[in-house]
Design a protein around this ligand. Structure first.
Ligand code: PEP
Ligand code: MG
Length: 570
């Protein structure tokens, strides 16, 4: 048995598909028989075309015609005689291999498109690079797994999954995910929980132990993984899987119940989402709103930025579906572990301390921030939208965003476009700086949401995805706990709403403490809501005060964790 980090609860049983992104090495080689090489190129071209057609057809039926359009564009490029003619000419005249000719010609066009600047041409550049790689992979015999069309009963094994790869996963087909890298709060883990796919991460060396087609079992609740287990063991896990699903079913009785403690304190149990489609899960699990819409997911898994119109539609859809319930939408939070290739971000030396989130947006007002804020304001006419700014460290950032929002409001007024004039503007409190001046922020901003995933990382100076130092990454560390308590106290004193949208908000050992500190709103993966409601309705905040005092008196993470574990299991 192997042991990794539990990242998404449930038992996954299925066949292994190893997902690897290999880097292609393209060398210039001299060929003597150019005619034969041209035939080789034509063969690869034909296969690439067929592959693309199949992918487009699959995407059209599974996702939608619109999504398939990009691939239809690729087919047009592949059948452009000017492009293929140039590649053939180069093979003929320069006596070079097909891979190299493709590299030269396609890169030349891609760079040319990219330099033209506008959105459409950027998209063309990305398309050109895509078809280049596809043809080269055929020539080099490199197989790539299309993550969106894996067969039913697949368990994905990968070194790491980028958020955009995870976003393409079909939960009806993928029964589990195992990765060598990542941590509980890496974005692939968060997405696995959103999709309710059992997942184990940070399992070093597992790729050397498995091959495609092996049977694999994983327990996303305790992090264990078994490869090709015996029949009896497999049967045991199948049973465990059924028990897990049964318990999940039993929680359904909490649907429609209020989230109120035994001593009458009402809290809000809301959901974290990444795409408008996730709203179905929010409603299914009776979420009382959305506490965090991570809008960066609208920007991922595509070749160009979503337009203002597309964003407006996405935000409006969520606001309308929630029908007056609060919907907190976070403005673009990229950088760190969330890369978006077409945004043209350079690799930062220290990505988590770098050019990201609100820092990036304030620097890219015209092409990135204004369209997003305008889309948000326009959508606010259709529901209870609140805007939230990520990674704020100083009040100047908040003021700069607020000024921009005010400017856009004036523009909308001039054009007679409707929006909510009182739209709340709040911040994520997720940096040590924001926590230390929470009292200052609380006087100026409309609400707080504590982002414990980053707050823990920045308080403890520990990369949230690095498993070598994950022993330091705990919200139960006394430093992090003090920070959380203080943020909540500052908000309560100033009379503003304070929520939490980091993973700690659904941690059974943390919930009693958060209730005692006075947290108003708990935002989590939709599938965690009913379990949290069951817990909350069983506590009295009065009785929890002594528990919180005791927890706060300890000097080490282990003491706090042991104490809370015992309290919860007692
Ligand atoms: C957080 O940092 O706690 C948070 C909710 O944001 P993200 O996980 O997207 O960084
Ligand atoms: Mg964060």
């Amino acid at each position: 048995m192997y042991k990794g980090t539990n990242a998404s609860a449930g038992i996954g049983i299925g066949k292994v598909v190893v997902v690897e992104e290999k880097e292609l090495v393209i060398k210039r080689e001299t060929v003597t028989d150019s005619a034969a090489e041209i035939q080789r190129f034509k063969g690869a071209l034909e296969i690439s075309m067929k592959q693309t057609e199949e992918l487009a057809a699959d995407l059209a039926t599974r996702v939608g015609e619109k999504e398939a359009e990009i691939l239809n564009g690729h087919i047009m490029l592949l059948s452009d005689p000017m492009l293929t003619g140039e590649i053939e000419n180069m093979i003929q005249n320069d006596h070079v291999n097909s891979e190299y000719a493709i590299e030269s010609v396609c890169t030349m066009y891609a760079d040319m498109f990219a330099s033209m600047g506008d959105e459409l041409m950027q998209q063309r550049a990305t398309d050109m690079r895509d078809i280049k790689t596809r043809m080269q992979k055929v020539l080099l015999g490199v197989e790539s797994v299309d993550i969106a069309s894996l067969p039913e009963g697949t368990v994905i094994l990968a070194k790491d999954l980028t958020p955009s790869m995870t976003a393409g996963i079909n939960p009806a087909k993928v029964t589990g995910i195992v990765t060598e890298l990542g941590g509980r709060t890496s974005h692939s883990a968060i997405l696995a929980r959103a999709l309710e796919i059992p997942a184990v991460v940070a399992l070093t060396g597992i790729l050397d132990q498995v091959k495609n087609g092996d049977t694999i079992v994983l327990d996303g609740s305790d992090g264990s993984v078994l490869v090709n287990p015996e029949e009896a063991v497999l049967a045991g896990y199948q049973e465990k899987r059924e028990v897990f699903l049964k318990e999940k079913k039993e929680l359904e009785k909490y649907i429609g119940m209020p989230s109120v403690t035994k001593d009458g304190v009402h809290v809000e149990l809301v959901a974290n989402i990444g795409k408008p489609e996730d709203v179905d899960k929010v409603l299914q699990y009776d979420g009382e709103g959305v506490g965090l819409f991570r809008t960066e997911f609208l920007f991922m898994d595509r070749n160009a930025m979503p337009t203002e119109e597309e964003q407006f539609e996405a935000y409006r859809k969520v606001a309308v579906a929630l029908d007056g319930k609060p919907v907190i939408i976070r403005t673009l939070d990229i950088g760190g572990d969330k890369e978006i290739p077409y945004m043209g971000l350079e690799k930062d030396e220290n990505p988590f301390l770098g050019y990201r989130a609100v820092r990036f947006c304030l620097d890219r007002k015209d092409d990135v921030y204004r369209p997003q804020l305008r889309a948000l304001l326009r959508a606010s006419a259709f529901g209870n939208i609140k805007i939230m700014i990520p990674l704020v460290t100083c009040i100047d950032e908040y003021r700069a965003v607020k000024a921009l929002v005010e400017e856009i409001k004036e523009e909308l007024d001039e054009k007679g476009i409707a929006y909510n004039k009182d739209i709340p503007l709040g911040i994520m409190v997720e940096t040590a700086a924001a926590s230390l001046i929470a009292d200052i922020f609380a006087k100026e901003v409309d609400f707080f949401s504590i982002g414990t995933n980053d707050l823990t990382q920045y308080t403890m100076s520990v990369d949230r995805g690095n498993d070598k130092i994950s022993y330091l990454y705990s919200t139960f560390n006394p430093a992090v706990l003090r920070s959380i308590k203080r943020i909540i106290t500052c908000a309560r004193e100033a009379g503003i709403m304070v929520g939490m949208c980091g993973e700690a908000a659904s941690d059974p050992m943390m919930i009693p403490l958060l209730l005692a500190f006075g947290l108003n709103e708990f935002s989590m993966s939709p599938s965690a809501i009913l379990r949290a409601r069951k817990m909350i309705t069983g506590y009295s905040t009065q009785e929890l005060q002594a528990v919180a005092d005791q927890a706060m008196s300890f000097a080490t993470t282990a003491e706090v964790e042991n104490y809370m574990r015992e309290f919860v299991n007692a």
